[in-house]
Design a protein around this ligand. Structure first.
Ligand code: SF4
Length: 286
């Protein structure tokens, strides 16, 4: 993963479109004191999503207990969970009139349940409000705790996402406190505990991985019954983060999409700007 600085090609460049709808969404999130991964991770799709409007809510604070080198979310000592968060998210869902909600969090290794209880409370609160709302969670690995997973599963989200993020050989650099096998087992356990929940995972490319390694991740994911996959270009969110090794060409994303389909994923999103939650509503099976 040598540092190969390159000009950003056109297919990986997106202009932020400032418009009143984007400002309204930002204002609403400020009013309700809600964090989003959209802002914290400096997502390139923010103007598309906030203008729609949609957002991916990030619960359990905005400080992460891990230090992944690809991520721009702050790390350090997190604050205690705020029990008013489920209610504030519900309020945002109502005001934004969302039909599909994605809830993620920072990693909370400092909490005994990794924050699973708050995930469950948010899901239950949203289900109680509207049974037809599609609820997707994107969780950390909870240090592999089955008890934590069970808490979230028992709240019955429709989609349970846990991202692999990268190929195994890059874990020590990209996700030093995570473990490739443990993440796979998380997805396996979710499927075993609740086959009715769709499982989903994602990988970033452009870090110097070989195509075969990406395909091997797909195979590993299928071996644990993962239903949906997202494949997107890694973009360096801040200069302190890992540099981009390569801007993967659109035709390679198309190839990954085809291969993932052949491997049996029910839904595949693959492209330079694909993120786990980008157009998440298109991933639901009707
Ligand atoms: S792609 Fe996901 S993280 Fe990015 S702005 Fe859209 S909802 Fe937020």
């Amino acid at each position: 993963m040598a540092n190969i600085a390159q000009r950003i090609p056109k297919w990986s460049t997106k202009r932020v479109q400032i418009n009143p709808s984007l400002h309204r969404t930002k204002g609403l999130l400020r009013d309700l004191r809600l964090n989003t991964v959209c802002e914290s991770a400096r997502c390139p799709n923010i103007s598309d999503c906030f203008s729609k409007p949609t957002a991916t809510f990030m619960i359990l604070g905005d400080v992460c207990s891990r230090q992944c080198s690809f991520c721009s979310v702050k790390n350090g000592e997190p604050m205690p969970p705020d029990i008013s968060e489920p209610e504030r998210i519900l309020e945002a869902v109502k005001r934004l009139n969302l039909k599909h909600v994605v809830i993620t969090s920072v990693t909370r290794d400092d909490l005994s349940d990794g924050g699973a209880r708050l995930f469950a409370e948010v899901v239950m609160r949203l289900r109680d409000y509207n049974r037809s709302l599609i609820i997707e969670v994107l969780t950390p690995d909870f240090n592999g705790s089955k008890d934590a997973l069970k808490k979230v599963i028992d709240a019955r989200p429709h989609i349970f996402n846990h991202n692999m993020e990268t190929v195994p050989k890059f874990y020590p650099i990209v996700r030093p406190q995570a473990d490739y096998k443990r993440s796979l087992i998380v997805l396996k356990n979710i499927k075993e505990m609740s086959p009715a929940i769709y499982t989903k995972s994602g990988i970033m490319v452009g870090l110097g991985e070989a195509e075969k390694e990406v395909i091997d991740v797909m195979k590993d994911l299928r071996s644990v019954g993962c239903d949906f996959i997202t494949i997107g270009q890694y973009l360096q969110p801040r200069k302190e983060n890992l540099p981009v090794y390569e801007y993967v060409r659109p035709e390679v994303f198309d190839k990954y999409k085809e291969i993932a389909g052949e491997q049996g994923f029910l839904k595949v999103a693959s492209g330079p700007f694909v993120r786990s939650s980008f157009n998440a509503e298109e991933m639901i099976i009707t």
